[in-house]
Write a protein that binds this ligand. Sequence first.
Ligand SMILES: NC(=O)c1ccc[n+]([C@@H]2O[C@H](COP(=O)([O-])OP(=O)(O)OC[C@H]3O[C@@H](n4cnc5c(N)ncnc54)[C@H](O)[C@@H]3O)[C@@H](O)[C@H]2O)c1
Length: 415
Amino acid sequence: MKIGFVGLGKLGLPVALAVESKGHDVVGYDISQNVKNIIEAKKIPYKEIWAQDYLDKSNIKFEQLDKVVSHSEIIFVPIQTPHDPLYEGITRIPDKRVDFDYTYLISGMKKLSAEIEKQGSDKVVIIISTVLPGTIRQQIKPFLGKHTKICYNPFFIAMGTTMKDFLYPEFILFGVDDLKAANKAEKFYRTINNATFFKTTIENAELIKVSYNTFISTKIAFINTIMEMCHKLPNTNVDDVTNALMLGNKRLISGAYLRGGMGDGGGCHPRDNIALSWLARKLNISNDFFDQIMMQREKQTDWLVELIIQNQIKNKKTYILGKSFKPETNIMTGSPSILLDNLLKEKGIEAIKYDPYVDQNKPVFEQGVYFIGTKHEIFEKFKFPHGSVVIDPFRMINQELEHVKVIRIGNNNDI
Ligand SMILES: NC(=O)c1ccc[n+]([C@@H]2O[C@H](COP(=O)([O-])OP(=O)(O)OC[C@H]3O[C@@H](n4cnc5c(N)ncnc54)[C@H](O)[C@@H]3O)[C@@H](O)[C@H]2O)c1
């Protein structure tokens, strides 16, 4: 099929490549010159599995908007819906909550719809961007022309594995406004995979997308609370608790995201929680559950700061190993490790931070307190200086180290 993309950012470009890999004829447009350069130079600047290999052999053309419209039967729109930096999850959450910023999406959709009307034939337009429930009907549909057949199809992908997650999803979520458009989209998806095509209202789809993300945050907030309990209860170990809970896979769902560690992070989850907290307050929901998820994350980080303070060595430095929000990536958006650094600063502690995926140069490592903020495998073999204290929230240092004290958070069997 002839497929178009309006927006070829971190979600759009890998998905466009995945669609092309299934034999579709793909073109795309983006307002950013930088994106045009990436496609023309065939060089992806972020870590994303498969994407560089697929781009090397890709024929995706960067076109202007009019060409994308005339070329395409289906147009995907993954334009950014950013949050204010205060709501990223690397600082304390302000009392005031806000929705996402829809300015870019609205502007892009206005131009796209105007171009479709100008050309005068029906086009299926599928918004992928994350929005809160009610946004598309209230803020986008009113200005669309009659030839723009809108659908809402958010993806459940994780950065770093976008193409894989798109090609092999658990299910396809599809918010329907026009049944004919949805049927055409379903036909397209059958060329990609056989995953369940879950059709529902646009508002349900909007809500399901953010609920999925906050469900993950809920699991992490829950197990991290248990981890702190284990840290304070003799003869307990969070990993034993988790291993048992995972066996309850009929009633408790899967064991994914059920390992104690740092709080939830990334460009989607913390901000989605905060936006849902805004919506909960707007709707006067009796209990703002989303606030509690975020407060668990923030208070756990306060507790980790206290642990660092308790273990400081006089006149010695504090180190944070890892800055990215998850292992083996260099993306620091919404990183709980950066939140920890910011909360340490409130106490006057300037930690030395190092992440092998982010930094070119290594600092000098001296005796001090080392906090493992990201579960990069490389830290398992890290040479901690003599006399240091290591705080390990992932319990990844699984052997005794000579002349180094290791605090394995949540394992009270051996501390
Ligand atoms: N990246 C992810 O892992 C991910 C996962 C699920 C959902 N999402 C959602 O998808 C949306 C996009 O995310 P992203 O990470 O790709 O953002 P991004 O900022 O990397 O990409 C958005 C792209 O849209 C382009 N753009 C903006 N206005 C435009 C316009 N008028 N016309 C054409 N292009 C325009 C930007 O230049 C940019 O390249 C967001 O709503 C995000 O929440 C992202």
